[in-house]
Write a protein that binds this ligand. Structure first.
Ligand SMILES: [Zn+2]
Length: 87
């Protein structure tokens, strides 16, 4: 693992319970390498992560599980953070 942890990320997330959308800033701490693909400037490495957020709607306070992928390419550079599942 070459990316510096934790990673700070912010994005809009829609609560699966109340369906309100808020902007969240969160830290990605534990990532797990899934695969790597050979490209022109080296390997693109894909990681998966899970993190938890509390819904910002005060009437909801749902515990949101956020699952996503991180792409590192080229080495040491965070190329993208994709949220793949919310529950
Ligand atoms: Zn909610």
């Amino acid at each position: 693992m070459t990316l510096e942890m934790p990673l700070n990320h912010s994005c809009q997330i829609k609560c699966p319970s109340c369906e309100y959308k808020y902007l969240y800033n969160f830290k990605i701490q534990d990532i797990e390498k899934i695969n790597s693909k050979e490209k022109e400037e080296g390997n693109e490495i894909k990681y998966k992560f899970t993190t938890y957020l509390i819904c910002k709607n005060p009437l909801c306070n749902y515990d949101i599980e956020v699952i996503g992928n991180i792409f590192e390419y080229p080495i040491n550079i965070l190329k993208a953070v994709n949220i793949t599942n919310l529950k």
